[in-house]
Design a protein around this ligand. Sequence first.
Ligand SMILES: Cc1cc2nc3c(=O)[nH]c(=O)nc-3n(C[C@H](O)[C@H](O)[C@H](O)COP(=O)(O)OP(=O)(O)OC[C@H]3O[C@@H](n4cnc5c(N)ncnc54)[C@H](O)[C@@H]3O)c2cc1C
Length: 483
Amino acid sequence: MQPVSRTVLIVGGGIAGLSAAYGLAESATARDSPIQCTLVEAEPRLGGKILTEQVGGFVIEGGPDSFLSQKPGGVELCRRLGLADRVIGTNRDRRKTYVYSKGRLEELPEGWALGVPTKLGPFLKSGLLSWRGKLRLGAELLIPRRSARGDESLGAFFRRRLGEEALERIIEPLMTGIYAGDADSLSIQATFPRFPEMERQAGSIVRALLGSWRRRGQISNLSPPSGGSPFVTLQGGLSEMVQALTARLGRLSVLAGYRVRAVRVSGPPRGYEVVIEGAAPLATDALVLAVPACDAASLIEPLDAELGALLRGIPYASTATISLGFPRKDFSHHLDGYGFVVPRIEGRALLAVTWTSSKWSHRAPDEAVLLRAYVGGAGRETVLERDDDGLVGLVRAELRDMMGVTEAPVLAKVYRWPRAMPQYLVGHLERLAAIDERLVRWPGLFLTGAGYRGVGIPDCIGDGLATAERVRAYFDKGVSRAV
Ligand SMILES: Cc1cc2nc3c(=O)[nH]c(=O)nc-3n(C[C@H](O)[C@H](O)[C@H](O)COP(=O)(O)OP(=O)(O)OC[C@H]3O[C@@H](n4cnc5c(N)ncnc54)[C@H](O)[C@@H]3O)c2cc1C
């Protein structure tokens, strides 16, 4: 007997949607069980936030520039895609990171693990914190565990444990930069759950990290496997991953450049009907929304106002990256590191600057250097009202002040990311539980992507692949819809 063919429609061709499609294609091949999969993407290109451009010998990342190697999703997918040889780590000879502090670039002391010192000597010598700030940080060992249960903000957690100065000067720029967020709004449980876990288990995060470091010679759960680079990318940029994924999608049909405008419940035997701008509606057994939660909210609200409101409650911050290329000869800064972060308290426009050509190989021609500035983020979005020339001018002025760079760039590229970074606010995990509970009413409807269980590329890949498994399990149970 011929196996029954099921249809899946994936909306969104970012890394989460592509990973879901890849997972479905792989399982269809492995089990010789056909699934007709269609992916609809609003933009003419696939990849979503992943966007690499090659211009005049420069490899420019408009969105993400790397991913964590310690989380298995990214590196493992590269291996499965035959890209293992293309994965590169950061340049080991330039491992310094700086923090812009009170008018100068201060080196982040050696041995810091995501904002917490694990080596005493370099920490004590560092000028980043005053003696008072250092003593307060050391007193963390004596601060009792929090008795209250439940979530708290990242700011409240670190202020309580390590003090205001450590939070403002180091932790905020290092940790909230990843989310382009505000420390006093982001949930510690949804962003860095390991830290409250350390508090619960060891009574102190400094003790937990120092102990782990002493025992193993490294911070086991914060360091990459085999002591490699914590961040990796691909030689030709992250779009290599998108291209390789796209090439492996089997018989999947892709509609790129088509925006999904509405979702309706359709009569049996199909579950949903999707209204696509400029194309005929498509009926499908299963529907995967791999779009930002705010876009999912727009599609879901007419079907289920409560679910729509839960999704709408995940806010998004807007950002932009500005890449500038300069001639290497006589460049006014030695670029002896990966770049610097800027604490919000400094009141500057820049969130961070990556010295891209120092951090990675293969990013600029030999005779040039490449820098990338990051602006915007929660509560700092007015800067994005400037036009591209205005943003380039602003970044140049900031680089002049902060790094002494006076040269004119030979290349300037601006990438804008409106409503791009999901903000996992305090209570995010409860919101996810409520979303899951509500989704039970919509069999065959699945949500994946950065808005939910991790913004980083490995998390989005993991969530996309897990969604493919959930779709498969739904089909295995037999499609039934009780509305
Ligand atoms: C500037 C920047 C820097 C970052 N840096 C890093 C980094 O260095 N490392 C890291 O790990 N992560 C980084 N991130 C985060 C990471 O890139 C993203 O979280 C991740 O790529 C999101 O993937 P996604 O598939 O969930 O969503 P997206 O990439 O947003 O994909 C969703 C897709 O859905 C499409 N879509 C939306 N609505 C519709 C519709 N109605 N119809 C059809 N299609 C629709 C969109 O066009 C988009 O292509 C960064 C993000 C940004 C913005």
